[in-house]
Design a protein around this ligand. Structure first.
Ligand code: ZN
Ligand code: ZN
Length: 237
């Protein structure tokens, strides 16, 4: 039987073993070439942001942290706001293409390709005592895109999702410098007043780039009483 790869649309013959037949496990929805191009993060990572050290210039590392995280930790306002981020894949060139197909061209079904590794990495780093909070899009962006990619990822976990954040529409982040972004007022607010006293929260998003967006959300949740805020993202750039 011929399958068509969800990403490159090339026909392929999935390897179907006895294991698939006995467990009714579905064959991979990606061709072998695309599956191999997704780089799963493993091994030595920055303790805070989950960045793999393997492909990083050694000058960006100081002990168990990367220099970006050291800068965050040196900043009085942002120190320890985000306990840790863990990402499933490296944001390599291939992942960039996949994410743009998925996010900007609206190929919603692509999220299924991440199902297995996303769930597995989640249970490796977190558990169901964490409140799962997807990073929202602003109403404008949601209208434009048709779906929230962070929520689509959260749904892969088959655990309760808590939409407790609202995001305001701001001009595109990338036009601003890091300093400007840090000084911008919080782009998030709580959907309704709630107490998160003693709760542990895991924010879900697609990409961890600078970690600024996640830290803004984390700061707000901390003010609402959460004792620990982590993030779980599909890819780490
Ligand atoms: Zn393919
Ligand atoms: Zn780091």
């Amino acid at each position: 039987m011929t399958y068509y790869c969800l990403i490159c649309h090339a026909p392929y013959n999935p390897a179907i073993s006895w294991c698939h037949i006995l467990t009714l496990k579905h064959p991979d929805i990606l061709c072998e070439k695309c599956r191999r191009s997704l780089f799963v993060i493993n091994g030595d990572i920055c303790e805070i942001c989950g960045r793999p050290f393997e492909h990083l210039d050694p000058s960006y590392r100081q002990g168990s942290l990367c220099t970006d995280c050291i800068r965050w930790q040196e900043n009085h306002d942002w120190k320890d706001v985000l306990t840790k981020n863990r990402s499933v894949y490296l944001y390599n060139e291939f992942m960039k293409e996949v994410v743009s197909l998925w996010k900007f061209r609206g190929d919603y079904a692509i999220v299924q390709a991440f199902q297995e590794e996303f769930s597995r990495a989640f249970s490796q780093h977190f558990n169901d005592t964490f409140l799962i909070v997807p990073i929202p899009l602003s109403a404008e962006r949601l209208y434009e895109r048709g779906f929230n990619q962070a929520k689509a990822l959260a749904e892969l976990l088959h655990l309760p999702i808590h939409d407790i954040l609202i995001r305001h529409h701001h001009e595109k982040q990338s036009k601003k410098s890091r300093r400007e972004r840090l000084q911008t007022e919080n782009m998030f607010q709580l959907a309704e007043p709630i107490s998160l006293a003693n709760r542990r929260v895991v924010l879900i998003d697609d990409i961890y780039t600078t970690g600024t967006t996640l830290r803004h959300a984390a700061k707000l949740l901390r003010e609402a009483g959460a004792k620990e805020i982590c993030s779980f993202t599909l890819a780490r750039s």
